[in-house]
Design a protein around this ligand. Structure first.
Ligand code: ZN
Length: 114
């Protein structure tokens, strides 16, 4: 996933919600973002400032809740925090891992002025 398409989704969700609520301005957007998405919050905020121009969401602060990339080992049952491209169990060295968390991308809530 790329930051730009994610940013566009965030903006669309925020604007739809704001319009539905009859809001005049979007102040803050809370986003849950898993590490597996590979997206950097800082880039998303920078893109957001650009794509939100001339909308009521311009200037809104994006608040990120990061979800760590966790995998469970199918051999020993241990859990490993995946760091970058290392896909190996911390406990037994097995590469038979299944992803438990870290793929999340969710707009949790938006803070608006009406
Ligand atoms: Zn293991």
């Amino acid at each position: 996933m790329h930051e730009l398409s994610i940013t566009q989704s965030i903006l669309n969700i925020a604007l739809e919600t704001a319009e539905h609520e009859g809001a005049k301005k979007v102040n803050k957007i809370k986003i849950t973002l898993g590490e597996m998405t590979g997206c950097v919050p800082q880039y998303i905020q920078e893109y957001f400032d650009i794509v939100s121009e001339n909308t009521i969401a311009h200037g809104a602060a994006l608040v990120f809740k990061r979800i760590p990339a966790i995998a469970k080992c199918l051999d020993c049952g241990g859990e490993t925090h995946l760091i970058r491209f290392r896909f190996r169990c911390d406990h037994c060295g097995s590469q038979k891992l299944t992803i438990v968390s870290g793929k999340e991308f969710l707009v949790e809530s938006i803070d608006i002025d009406d």
